[in-house]
Design a binder for this molecule. Structure first.
Ligand code: ZN
Length: 231
């Protein structure tokens, strides 16, 4: 395995549409292995193949200590629920963060590294990460979708503290869920379904197979210390 160069804003490969993967061969395995090394080295939560200069529909999401790095080949979002405010950054546009207004939760259908069908549920941070990486496959960069200004890391840290204080002040109601009817329905439908109360709605969400038994949620990468994710 080897580290791959992460391409930055302005390089043409980032604005082109990626092609579906049709061969699950050694070359794909090599790409996935290299991307795993690269996402860890860059302390990223998500990485799409176009970011390393390869126009294939390959996405990695680092689901944290419990979930590990999840490989999504030819991924599609088949369900979106709710809307959330979440500051995200991009490994291809370092240093700036913004809120796109992503879904609160998504269901992703994809293939794994060997071509088998998989389905994942992703919430909060991981819903943001999945949407961000799938945008990369379409040649779309997040800063063109950001609502309002882009912020520096220090500015985002300050706003996250403020948002947290406001959520706490609202009596434990999730801020995004409370914003509109769709968000409210989502919070009820997704988080209080089969989950037991002590595993429901972890602060940074989760990514896990659709029919998995809910388990303890470990801290996701890049989040300790209130840092926004690089995707
Ligand atoms: Zn990105």
């Amino acid at each position: 395995m080897a580290l791959r160069k992460i391409h930055k804003q302005g390089e043409p490969v980032l604005t082109k549409k990626a092609r579906p993967v049709t061969k699950f061969d050694n070359r794909l395995a090599q790409l996935i292995g290299d991307m795993k090394e690269t996402i860890k080295d860059a302390n990223g939560v998500g990485l799409a193949a176009p970011q390393v200069g390869i126009l294939k529909r390959v996405v990695l999401i680092d689901g944290g200590a419990d979930a590990g790095v999840i490989v999504l080949i030819n991924p599609e979002i088949v369900r979106r629920e709710g809307v959330q405010k979440y500051y995200e950054g991009c490994l291809s546009y370092p240093g700036y963060y913004g809120d796109v207004g992503r879904p609160e939760s998504v269901t992703i259908r994809a293939q794994n590294a060997k071509g088998g069908a998989v389905e994942y549920q992703a919430t909060r941070l991981y819903a943001v990460a999945c949407c961000h990486e799938l945008d990369h496959l379409e040649g779309e960069m997040f800063m063109r979708k950001v609502k309002g200004p882009l912020y520096t890391l220090e500015e985002v840290k300050a706003m996250r503290e403020k948002d947290k204080a406001e959520r706490d002040a609202a009596g434990g109601m999730d801020a995004a869920g409370g914003m509109d009817a769709a968000g409210g329905m989502d919070a009820a439908g997704v988080d209080s379904g089969e989950d037991s109360p002590d595993t429901a709605a972890p602060a940074e969400g989760y990514i896990r197979p659709s029919h998995a038994t809910p388990g303890p949620i470990g801290p996701p990468p890049s989040q300790e210390g209130g840092l926004p994710p690089n995707l």
